[in-house]
Design a protein around this ligand. Structure first.
Ligand code: CO
Length: 135
C-alpha cells in the first residue's frame, strides 16, 4: 500500500456558509468548489491549502452521518483522508492486517474520487478515509 499524501481534512460544520467566513475571512483560504453528495446527505466545500485541502461538511438531512456526528461531538475535525495509489489494494492489505473497514469496496465521493472509510475503533478513534483520484 502506498499513501501519497494527506488528501484533505474533513471538518464537520453546522453551517458551511458561516464556516466559510472563518476559513476565508480569517485564514484567507479560497473556495475551490462545492458539491452535494446525495447518497451521503452532505454538502462539501473544498478549500485548498498548499498540497492538501480542507473539506467542510454540512449535513443536508437530519439522518445524515454528519448530523449524527454534530449531535455527538459538535463541530470540528471529522476525518482525515489519505490519498493512496490503489484503493482496492490498500483495503485488501488493511483488512488482512485486521483493520475493520466501513467500506469493503470503494464508493464514489465528491469530485468523482474513489473513497472508503476505515472504522475509527482500529485507528485510535480517528475516522480515516482512503481516496484514490481517477484521472
Ligand atoms: Co472526505
Amino acid at each position: 500500500m502506498k499513501i501519497l499524501k494527506i488528501d484533505h481534512v474533513g471538518v464537520a460544520v453546522k453551517d458551511a456558509d458561516a464556516a466559510l467566513k472563518l476559513f476565508e475571512g480569517l485564514l484567507g483560504l479560497k473556495v475551490r468548489g462545492s458539491e452535494t453528495v446525495p447518497e451521503q446527505k452532505v454538502r462539501t466545500v473544498f478549500l485548498p491549502v498548499g498540497e492538501t485541502e480542507v473539506e467542510l461538511l454540512e449535513a443536508t438531512a437530519p439522518d445524515s452521518p454528519i448530523a449524527r456526528f454534530l449531535e455527538k461531538r459538535g463541530e470540528g475535525v471529522q476525518h482525515i483522508a489519505f490519498r493512496v495509489e490503489n484503493i482496492e489494494e490498500a483495503l485488501a492489505e488493511l483488512e488482512a492486517k485486521g483493520v475493520t473497514l466501513i467500506d469493503r469496496k470503494p464508493r464514489i465521493g465528491a469530485g468523482g474520487k474513489k473513497i472508503a472509510f476505515l472504522h475509527p475503533r482500529d485507528t485510535l478513534g480517528v475516522l480515516v478515509e482512503l481516496s484514490e483520484h481517477i484521472a
